[in-house]
Design a protein around this ligand. Structure first.
Ligand code: CUA
Length: 313
């Protein structure tokens, strides 16, 4: 981990490279700024009008000066362009031995799938000792996967896969994870709860990570509260009857709900499950069909969430 000026921690080699690029651009810009402003002040003083009747000199261009002030900035810009585009392309070109994590954005949460099939919601963990490739997509609209500590924002586009890879530079001792709470941020406006679309990043010791990811495979997160929190359900559904983007959960179970087409249905367990996995199937009157299908939940997690809703009388 290292700090560069006032910037957030830099936890990957890419982040350090970006900070180096930032430093170079900053210094070049600073030199140009001092030069231009300094000359402005010097000229203001040196060539000011000293007598009331003094006439200015009429100058009709200077080819030499124009060539100089065109060629120098062009060389600087082309140099910075080559330097930075090489870096950007390198993030997209993973080496062969990366550990691949699939990242899916949806309104309004992030989910992560690891190579062994384990999944986590709102909680990204990476091993400190492996190069990690993120394969990113979206279930609905365009989101943007942004981790300030990695200095990269990458759009999550529905129907497409985008990617970047990282090489962590943090050393983590066994048992000592480094967590950045809510530091994974959606950086593309994606609707009403865009600002709440975040996730935690934890960098783990390699051995700890292997254990954790194997555990997730055999016993995924199924506790209702954890599932609800990780999937951001509460950003659209209140549990106390107060109005929100989606219907409140209070008193919902076993009530009669009126659908958009005027039809009445009973909100039994099957209805609740269907409304989570295929929200567009039976939309309640007065609400928009805007929820993404949460079909990535395990059957047990789904059962527990339904039981939780049934408990909110
Ligand atoms: Cu997703 Cu903003």
């Amino acid at each position: 981990m290292s700090k560069f000026f006032w910037l957030p921690d830099a936890v990957t080699q890419n982040a350090k490279n970006i900070d180096g690029l930032f430093g170079v651009i900053f210094v070049v810009a600073l030199i140009v700024f001092i030069l231009v402003e300094g000359m402005l002040v010097v000229f203001l003083l040196r060539y000011r009008r000293k007598r009331r009747d003094q006439q200015g000199l009429a100058i009709h261009g200077s080819t030499k000066a124009e060539v100089i002030w065109t060629v120098i900035p062009a060389i600087i810009l082309v140099g910075l362009g080559i330097y930075s585009s090489g870096m950007v392309y390198s993030f997209q070109q993973p080496p062969a031995d990366t550990y691949t994590i699939k990242v899916t954005g949806m309104k309004w949460s992030w989910s992560f799938e690891y190579p062994n099939g384990a999944k986590s919601y709102g909680d990204l963990r990476i091993p400190s000792d492996k190069k990690v490739l993120f394969e990113i997509t979206s279930k609905d609209v365009i989101h943007s996967f942004w981790i300030p500590e990695m200095r990269i924002k990458q759009d999550a586009v529905p129907g497409r896969q985008t990617r970047f890879w990282i090489d962590p530079t943090v050393t983590v001792d066994p048992g000592q994870g480094k967590t950045y709470e809510k530091h994974i941020i959606c950086a593309e406006y994606c609707g009403q709860n865009h600002s709440k679309m975040d996730a935690d990043l934890t960098i783990m010791n390699g051995g700890d990570f292997d254990k954790w990811v194997a555990e997730q495979k055999v016993k995924p997160v199924v506790d209702a509260n954890a599932v609800i929190q990780a999937n951001g359900c509460a950003s659209c559904h209140s549990v106390d009857g107060s109005p929100s983007v989606g219907p409140t959960w209070k008193g919902l179970a076993d009530s009669d709900v009126v659908l958009a087409n005027g039809q009445k249905v009973k909100a039994d367990a099957n209805y609740l499950k269907e409304s989570i996995t295929q929200p567009g199937a039976k939309v309640v009157q007065g609400f928009n069909n805007m929820m993404s299908p949460y079909d990535q939940l395990s059957p047990e997690a789904l059962d527990n969430v339904v039981k939780y809703i049934q408990g909110l009388k």
